[in-house]
Design a binder for this molecule. Sequence first.
Ligand code: ADP
Ligand code: MG
Ligand code: ZN
Length: 634
Amino acid sequence: MNHNFGHRRWVGKLSALAVGLLLSQSLPVLAQSDEEKVPYSKFIEYVETGQLKTVKIYEKQKIAEFKLKKQPDEEAFSKVVLFDKNPELYGLLRDKKVDFEQVPDPGENPLLGILTQFFFIIVIIFLFLVFLRRTAGSNSGPGQILNFGKSKARFQMESETGVTFVDVAGIEEAKEELQEVVTFLKQPERFTAVGARIPRGVLLIGPPGTGKTLLAKAISGEAGVPFFSISGSEFVEMFVGVGASRVRDLFKKAKENAPCLVFIDEIDAVGRQRGAGIGGGNDEREQTLNQLLTEMDGFEGNTGIIIIAATNRPDILDSALLRPGRFDRQVTVDLPAFEGRLGILEVHSREKKIASQVSLEAIARRTPGFSGAALANLLNEAAILTARRRKDAITDLEVDDAIDRITIGLAMAPHVDSKKKWLIAYHEVGHALLATLLKDADPLNKVTILPRSGGVGGFSQPTYNEERVDSGLYTRAWLLDQITIFLGGRAAEVEVFGDAEVTAGASGDIEQVANLTRQMVTQLGMSDLGYVALEKGNGGDVFLGGEWGNRAEYSQEMAVQIDRQVREIVMYCYETARRMLRENRSLVDRLVEVLLERETIDGEEFRQIVIEYGQTVDKKPVLPEPLPSLPLLS
Ligand code: ADP
Ligand code: MG
Ligand code: ZN
């Protein structure tokens, strides 16, 4: 932003200059003397009586300067103001043989005119370029406008990345595969001596934040070679041919610095399947891709350049990129599993002060689905919270809050006291109480009415049940309890405020209920329809090569039955929720009172209140002890 502001000032100065120039043109040049002016009639009289010696006529300013014959040479000229149109004057002067001279207007000075025009053209071009630059995006560095196409600064070169394999955790297989690339960069002769063809390109495939960029940097760090990087999206520019010239530049520099590593991030931006563009082709991208392919074919394996590209969309890449001799080596970098998450947490906790009772293993268990970047972010958020709270070391509390922040959203200012706050409190207590009372559900971790970014008014959160996740025991009873808990929010609203007052706040819950119930009926064989898999799990994102929706493999009649089953399950759970909340109405009111006052209640405290009202909070164990003896099947 800053450099943009600087530009605007520059432009301002230039236009001030231009205006100054304009003004100076219209100033009369002959303002030298304040000499008394002669009336026009007098002047004509002088002409007619032949007294004039010489006249200078300033057409533009409508002024004439003259000298009479009787005046001595050194005396100043007299002045007269002329009328607008006086062609007869010239005739008269000619008749009387007066020596006259027309002084051209300074603005009509031909040289000056050309100069001014030239100047304005330059100003306009300059403004145009500034405009172009702005449109091209504010992230382009300064000083690029005059050499677009040459794009010296579009790729980065780091002679030392300072990253090694020690900094990369949790993706051991990928590291092992790439160890070979390191060896090649360090000792290519080991390969060439035995005639091995060296891989030219390696494609790293994986979701964002899994450490692809980090891995590429680590390879160059391990091998001690320079690291060139560019992002695919930077190839694709407004002007056709710019991308191709950037590719040429990049490879030229790389060859000069071999052995080295070239990293192309987001290669899908440029390497998309050609000719398959929806809404017409993209000449620029195709040219860039062709240039890239040409460059890759152009150098032999032993020039010492390894190209590593990264993408999370391998399915859309042009098949030409994946041919042998190009990115023929493909390494998948997946979201880390438990061990991987633990490793990544260990790497990122090295430079952080963490209280001894905090268990990285516990954090790793609680964060399935987190990428390496998300885990790094988690520890950083926790450290920031710790500093803000003026503590010496990160404790479980900060880790907890940081996880909420990442998974649910930023904490926002509390609700103002209003009916809305009441409604939210009843809604959340509805979820939380059912989670506490239902025997097959996981216990409550906390319930809060502190809002979060993204329109979250509050939430009620179960504890992370390690045993359940490890064993994968998601029983029918557990699923039904889950659905009942999801419906508990809406049920509480209806119970307390009546049908007419329910809000849209439960739409997320209802969607979850629909998903879970449908899965139970059509995929898990948990309804009266029996043990049939009627639908397949969604084959993935349509845009990731998945199929359009689920293919229905049942008759119309079956569809009606499925709907009826879904409805039955939902109604059953909803009635259960309504009944339980009705039977515990005074407890619900008490919990809401506490929640409104304190805004957050943690699980332990919540259960305490529930017990005071004479209810039990025990749960059925996930794995029954002792294990029932199973009949042997033969
Ligand atoms: P990607 O390129 O796959 O989107 P990055 O390499 O840019 O992901 O990862 C972003 C940051 O997340 C890294 O700088 C690093 O701090 C952290 N990170 C990601 N994956 C890992 C990992 N496997 N080990 C250690 N840190 C990681
Ligand atoms: Mg990256
Ligand atoms: Zn809800």
